[in-house]
Design a protein around this ligand. Structure first.
Ligand SMILES: Nc1ncnc2c1ncn2[C@@H]1O[C@H](COP(=O)(O)OP(=O)(O)O)[C@@H](O)[C@H]1O
Ligand SMILES: [Mg+2]
Length: 592
């Protein structure tokens, strides 16, 4: 219980300002409504009995009341009940509105911190997890944890009121009821809590696993289909889903269980209270005891049940809420570290991009992916990075893009460290990855990277032309307004890469970084693309990673990498003359 409350408080801190106040008020309102409800019922009980038997009605404090008094009392009961109903609707309305708002804010806070977290911390996150956590887990945290948590106060107040009333009027029976229902409730609570929490844990673990699995499998659909692995995948998904649905069924069962146990328990309570009443005051004592317990028990039982329900719902949703808080903390810490001082402007036309004694090691790796590299890249020139796969080219590119920060050493533009000018630097570099990913929208939207119509069609066409793609796009039915299917299924691999290049060029970068971006193109297209990029020589600084040596033959300088080091650097001819490895590859490619 204590950890449920601690987590409740911690969640409050993650909500938008004002949430704490609202939830406290909401809880207090429900508590007050419960008191209203109890008062109306107590009045009703006091009036109905005597009325039925034709006795005079006696109210505590006020004393005997006449017919007019009875009418007034009944009017009070009606008004109390109606007011309670109206107030409950109002509270529910506000609570659901607020919950939706908290859900939105919490989700956006989580998503925003993911988006702005530094690249290294994002490397360790699975994209399917991000999708699930920012949507359904946030919902579970708000609707399944915080809101029920706030209602606990109301339930506690109901229980306490009934007990106090009962205890003042009939201390012995009050005490027995308290002990009996208390013991029953506590037993259920401890028994159910543990299992509900376990169910919640299994549920989030397996459902994250399933969504991950499905995302990854959709990505490899073609290979999987060809290998005839569909049945096997269905089996794996089924196993994981089985555990998820079992955990959910458990959670649901556990939340309903207390009702039945308590109903049975109340019958036991009749016997017990009756016996106590009989022992103390004979038959008359037994009858009043049973009557009172009936009233109190049936009034308290739903409240105990709801208390149970709420705590087991909370226990069940504890895990997602915990995950959300941890993720937010994680990403925001990383982000605060990364954003410490990143906003120095860069000179309008800088001279050199300088890599100095840079070493980089991935947090999970034991050896350095980049090992003490120094390299000067003059602006306006083309620098190529070549080397075997795994030699550290992509890592180098990510360092140059400022996505990764060197473990040692520094990358700077005319002496300004990239880490201090992240914003300015990002506005200048364009990047084309090895595997361009397209989204389900028009070609123009894919090029301009926007989800509405805020693009400039002329710039889109210019970018497409530079990427040697304009002709084939204009041949399509709707030109740049034509849609690309989901995951870019309706374009070929070569077209996809050229769309990626157009996308990078659309932003008018002064530095263009291509990481094996043209490797998938056929030789003719590749040379057309590199040719058109070369026409930008002088304006555009190119950093090209390629394994096909023909692509980089005309680069101003070539850096040859091996095992995270730059082992040689110079023009193509120089490297052929100086580095036997390089000469061999050039010979194999028929370039010398
Ligand atoms: N996210 C990562 N975590 C740990 N190690 C990585 C990660 N990415 C790459 N590496 C390792 O860093 C080295 C360089 O990889 P990479 O830069 O991708 O090489 P290249 O692009 O030249 O093929 C490899 O040994 C690779 O296994
Ligand atoms: Mg690579």
């Amino acid at each position: 219980m204590r950890d449920l409350i601690a987590l409740y408080r911690e969640l409050l801190d993650a909500y938008p300002p004002g949430a704490r106040r609202f939830l406290n008020r909401y809880g207090a309102t429900l508590g007050a409504l419960a008191v209203f409800d109890a008062a109306a019922l107590a009045l009703l009980a006091l009036v109905i009995g005597p009325l039925a038997s034709g006795d005079t009605v006696t109210l505590p404090v006020i004393g005997e009341i006449g017919d007019a008094g009875v009418l007034i009392t009944i009017a009070c009961i009606v008004i109390l009940t109606l007011a309670k109903g109206a107030a409950s609707v109002w509270a529910l309305y506000w609570a659901t509105r607020q919950a939706a708002r908290y859900e939105l804010e919490l989700g956006m806070r989580l998503f925003g911190s993911y988006m702005r977290a530094p690249w290294v911390s994002r490397l360790s996150k699975n994209s399917a997890d991000i999708v699930r956590l920012t949507d359904s887990s946030v919902n579970q945290s708000v609707v399944g944890y915080s809101m029920p948590g706030a209602t606990l106060v109301g339930e506690a107040v109901t229980l306490a009121t009934i007990l106090v009333v009962l205890g003042t009027a009939y201390p012995a029976i009050g005490a027995v009821t308290l002990v009996y229902l208390g013991a029953l409730g506590a037993m259920l609570y401890f028994w159910i809590q543990r299992r509900a929490r376990e169910a919640g844990r299994v549920n989030i673990r397996t459902s994250l696993f399933t969504s991950r699995l499905i995302t990854e499998m959709v990505g490899a659909m073609k290979e999987l289909t060809l290998r005839g692995k569909n049945a096997q995948i269905e089996q794996v998904v089924r196993e994981s889903r089985t555990r998820t649905v079992k955990a959910r069924a458990n959670a649901q069962f556990l939340s309903q269980l207390p009702r039945f146990v308590l109903e049975a328990g109340i019958i036991g309570g009749f016997v017990l209270v009756g016996a106590v009443g009989f022992a103390t005051k004979g038959v008359a004592g037994a009858t009043t005891g049973i009557a009172l317990f009936g009233l109190a028990g049936f009034r308290m039982a739903p409240s105990v049940v709801r208390f149970q329900n709420v705590t087991s719902t909370m226990a069940n949703n504890r895990e997602p809420a915990r995950r959300i808080l941890d993720e937010i903390k994680d990403s925001e810490v990383a982000r605060a570290e990364a954003e410490a001082d990143t906003d120095i402007p860069l000179p309008p036309s800088p001279n050199t991009l300088q890599v100095k004694d840079v070493t980089f090691r991935y947090p999970t790796a034991t050896t350095s992916a980049i090992d003490n590299v120094s390299l000067d890249m003059p602006f306006g020139k083309t620098t190529a990075i070549v080397g075997a796969s795994g030699s550290g080219k992509s890592t180098m590119v990510n360092l140059l893009l400022g996505l990764l920060t060197p473990t040692h050493g520094e990358i700077s533009v005319d002496g300004i460290p990239l880490s201090h000018a992240t914003t300015a630097w990002r506005a200048r570099v364009g990047y084309v990855p090895q595997d361009v990913s397209l989204f389900d929208a028009t070609i123009a939207q894919n090029v301009a990277l926007c989800w509405d119509n805020s693009y400039d069609p002329d710039r889109v066409r210019a970018a497409l032309a530079q990427a040697q793609l304009l002709e084939s796009v204009e041949d399509r039915d709707k030109g740049i307004e034509a849609r690309v299917g989901e995951r870019g299924i309706s374009v070929s691999g070569g077209q996809r890469q050229r769309l990626g290049i157009a996308r990078a060029l659309y932003a008018n970068p002064s530095v263009l970084v291509l990481d094996e971006a043209t490797s998938a193109l056929d030789t003719a297209t590749e040379s057309a693309v590199t040719e058109s990029l070369r026409s930008l020589h002088g304006e555009l600084t190119l950093i090209v990673v390629a394994h096909r040596l023909a692509t980089v033959r005309h680069a101003d300088q070539i850096a040859f990498m091996r095992d995270g080091r730059v082992v040689a650097r110079g023009t193509f001819e120089y490297l052929v003359g100086e580095v036997p490895d390089f000469a061999k590859q050039a010979a194999l490619a028929g370039l010398v």
